[in-house]
Design a protein around this ligand. Structure first.
Ligand code: FES
Ligand code: FES
Length: 177
């Protein structure tokens, strides 16, 4: 995730605008005040409360979502920045009752304790594994460095990301057989 994110203010200017984008696979049209940040639009206007805010300054990564497959801090974009893009949140990762490989791996490996950072970590890991399904430990460590976890000591998160790669590879193999 980019580390050059800047804090932005969510102050209602009185003007609103329509934002159209694909959200978790569905076309979505929302009218929001122009100053609304993406984090607020997702939680307040779209009820996607799996997206968690914390520092709201682009530092902790807990609000990470994917925009056009790239992990971004949703507190560091305006809602209008996602016009015409594809946005994914934790709510879109599950297929019916089936958890995604990354969700399953975090559960299997105990990659969370309080769970507050988990949606952001899962979105971050999902982005990594889409570009590299077999990252080595050092690559995983560098990739997740943008997100803070105050509970796990990171070891189980590292294991979970590696395990997720194995599960994703196995499920791709099944899909192609
Ligand atoms: S809440 Fe967005 S980076 Fe911390
Ligand atoms: S599991 Fe508690 S902050 Fe990461």
């Amino acid at each position: 995730m980019s580390s050059d994110t800047q804090p932005i203010e969510d102050i209602d200017s009185g003007e609103s605008m329509r934002v159209e984008f694909v959200l978790n696979g569905e076309q979505c049209l929302v009218e929001v005040p122009t100053s609304t940040i993406l984090l607020t639009m997702l939680r307040r206007d779209l009820n996607l409360t799996g997206v968690r805010g914390s520092c709201e300054r682009g530092v902790c990564g807990t609000c990470t979502v994917l925009v056009d497959d790239r992990p971004v801090a949703s507190c560091s974009l305006f809602a209008f920045d996602v016009e015409g893009t594809t946005v994914e949140t934790i709510e879109g990762q599950q297929d019916g009752d089936n958890l995604s490989p990354v969700q399953r791996a975090f559960s299997e490996c105990g990659g969370f304790q309080c769970g507050y950072c988990t949606p952001g970590m899962i979105m971050l890991a999902t982005a990594l594994l889409r570009t590299n399904v077999k990252p080595d430990r050092e690559e995983v460590r560098k990739w997740i460095a943008s997100n803070i976890c105050r509970c796990t000591g990171y070891e189980m998160i590292l294991e979970a990301v590696e395990r997720a790669g194995e599960l994703a590879e196995a499920s791709d193999g099944e899909d192609n057989s």
